[in-house]
Design a protein around this ligand. Structure first.
Ligand code: ADP
Ligand code: MG
Length: 622
């Protein structure tokens, strides 16, 4: 046991964070009050949870509450709680390092964010260190709920902190802040009271300011919808999301059978994961009879709904359930299923009610739904309905649903077609959509690589197969346009089979098979996939990830080349391969590479450029 005062250095990352907090975030100092209140509330929740199962509890007579005391003569701001407390090791570790993983990029992102929008900082757990926004010196006195010795942690936020023994403390934590000269207003009652009303109104323990309770402890989600104003809902959202913006969607519902559930869920406006802040933590808290049992619960909703903020409360769960037991608890799983289905139904209803807002939602959070569709079978039906894709018959920037697609299918059409590409323009300029255009059959444009994984996982929608248009065995329905096909200008059959045989030989290393296309209209050739479940895009993604993992390029399956016997270049090639085999072979390889590029697949660019110059030189008469 150490009894003397020890001096510790902050971890390097913490020093950087402190530097940002002290030097860049000082304009938004109010948040430090919110952060410290939230830590106090967390500590009280943890204590309450532990005490449910503990046989004995130290200082059990202390009421669970938060006290704030202000001293405007000495310029002190003091906040204390009767929560779980910290022992010496915990003080050293919790208040010396940053819990956040991947701290390196986190810090630079934070520094950026700090310049733009300080509301962000709450979401990234600057947390305790925000005390130094207003304090020139911070003392933390704490005694753990196990009743061990109390300690005091002291720092001025620069390089070091000290920890020494501190006898006579009650259970919990007291943080004493000596305010900076220009932050004396945080010792004024009106100032602190207004901050707490703004940010911490929903803390589920009493907050007393100089002895007077200033919040109303309430579980808003258990109230009747008609008794809650929009303002209250939004305030609650801001409280749980630690954000300043209003939510995009809100779903408040309760059920009695088969399970007693109260849930209040919010979709935020922004998706911070795409801003580069790393993987989001789940944002829904699990309550049981209004007692928090699992904050930021990983169990109550699927991982792909981690963008949701809110509360799920059930009276059916036993209060003293441990966090481990939650993981494979049958009841928790049932609640998870009910709440997830309800939320997905809600999204579907919203999409029907207000398309514009839904598309906003989908562009920010659609990625998560796609993750759900590829990772879990259970909600596929619901998720399929919520997907949106650009389409040949839709406007650019206005993706459509699979249901929209069904409504516009040709009479004999048995499949829903899609093709992946980097952009609408790239797809429309490519060979895959030619026959669709001609036959007036709609085709979806999947612009994100994950889309192909989603559609190949779903396999079908309302009984119609989902088919990628780069499949070798693509089957298209007969349409009126078929009868007007002009066959006169085609390479004759003998010449065609000779060319096919020659191409197979010439491209043997690159290609599995060469076939004559029934669906190319203008383009000379295209790459198609003999493997029906793998699209070119899926293959590119998988091979890139193999490479990333250092597994090498991997033997991706060879593709087929389809040629267009009506195309002028192909017809020329047929005679050229007899007259000038070398040039003809170069052209064949170039056609192959061009088709690969149009399929979004990787080629050897150096070889391609060299060959291309050779062909150009011939064309220029060199
Ligand atoms: P976060 O709250 O996101 O974990 P903070 O920087 O706010 O990050 O706090 C760091 C850690 O310090 C907390 O996780 C907790 O373990 C500990 N801590 C902070 N304040 C208290 C408190 N009042 N009582 C007990 N532990 C606390
Ligand atoms: Mg905190």
């Amino acid at each position: 046991m150490t009894t003397e005062t020890t001096t510790h250095e902050f971890q390097a990352e913490t020093r950087k964070l402190l530097d940002i907090v002290i030097n860049s975030l000082y304009t938004e100092r109010d948040v430090f009050v919110r952060e410290l209140v939230s830590n106090a509330a967390d500590a009280l929740e943890k204590f309450r949870h532990e005490s449910l199962t503990a046989s004995e509890v130290f200082d059990s007579h202390m009421p669970l509450e938060i006290n704030i005391a202000l001293d405007d003569k000495e310029h002190l701001f003091t906040i204390s709680d009767t929560g779980i407390g910290m022992n010496r090791d915990e003080l050293e570790h919790n208040l010396g390092t940053i819990a956040h993983s991947g701290s390196g990029t986190f810090l630079s992102e934070l520094a950026e964010a700090a310049k733009k929008d300080v509301n962000l900082i709450g979401q990234f757990g600057v947390g305790f260190y925000s005390a130094f926004m207003a304090g020139k010196k911070v003392r933390v006195q704490s005694r753990s709920w196990d009743g061990g010795e109390g300690h005091e942690w002291v720092s001025d936020g620069t390089g070091n902190f000290t920890i020494s023994e501190c006898p006579g403390l009650h259970r919990g934590t007291k943080i004493i802040i000596e305010l900076k000269d220009d932050a004396y207003n945080y010792a004024e009652k009106w100032k602190v009271e207004s901050i707490i009303k703004q940010y911490s109104a929903f803390v589920s323990f009493p907050i007393k300011l100089d002895g007077e309770t200033i919040n109303t402890v309430q579980a808003i989600w258990t109230k009747n919808k008609s008794e809650i104003s929009d303002q209250e809902y939004n305030d609650f959202f801001k409280f749980i999301a630690s954000g300043g913006d209003e939510p995009l969607y809100r779903l408040h519902f309760s059920a009695d059978a088969p399970l007693a559930i109260n849930a209040l869920l919010f979709v935020p406006k922004e998706n911070f994961e795409v801003f580069g802040f790393g993987r989001m933590e789940p944002g829904v808290n699990l309550y049981c009879q209004r007692v928090l049992i699992d904050q930021h619960s990983k169990n109550i909703l699927p991982e792909w709904l981690r963008f949701l903020k809110g509360v799920v409360d059930s009276d059916d769960l036993p209060l003293n359930i441990s966090r481990q037991a939650l993981q494979d608890n049958a009841l928790v799983n049932k609640i998870r299923k009910v709440v997830t289905k309800r939320f997905l139904r809600f999204l579907d209803e919203e999409a029907g009610r207000d398309e514009e807002t839904y598309l906003k939602f989908f562009s920010a959070f659609g990625y998560f739904l796609k993750e759900g569709a590829t990772s879990e079978y259970e909600f596929q039906k619901e998720l399929a309905k919520l997907m949106r894709f650009e389409s040949s018959k839709g406007e650019a920037g206005k993706p459509i649903s699979l249901t929209d697609y069904l409504g516009r299918m040709q009479p004999d059409q048995e499949s829903i077609y899609y093709i992946n590409g980097p952009s609408r323009a790239a797809i429309e300029a490519g060979p895959y959509v030619e026959m669709f255009r001609k036959k007036d059959i709609e085709i979806l444009y999947t612009l994100e690589p994950i889309d192909d994984f989603v559609l190949s996982h779903l396999r079908e929608f309302e009984g119609k197969k989902l088919v990628s248009a780069d499949r070798a065995d693509l089957d298209m329905p007969k349409t009126e346009s078929d009868s007007v096909t002009d066959e006169t200008d085609k390479l004759d059959d003998d010449a065609t089979s000779a060319l096919v045989a020659w191409l197979k030989e010439t491209l043997a290393e690159q290609i599995a098979d060469v076939t004559v296309s029934k669906r190319l209209v203008d383009a000379p050739a295209m790459i198609v996939n003999p493997d029906g479940y793998m699209t070119s895009t899926m293959e590119r993604v998988l091979s890139a990830s193999r490479q990333e993992k250092g597994l090498g390029l991997g033997a991706s399956g060879k593709k087929n080349l389809e040629i267009n016997a009506k195309n002028a270049l192909i017809k020329q090639l047929s005679s050229l391969c007899e007259k000038d085999a070398e040039l003809a072979a170069d052209i064949a390889r170039q056609i192959h590479d061009n088709a690969m590029i149009q399929a979004g697949l990787v080629i050897d660019p150096l070889a391609m450029v060299e060959r291309n110059y050779k062909i150009l030189a011939r064309a220029a008469g060199a």
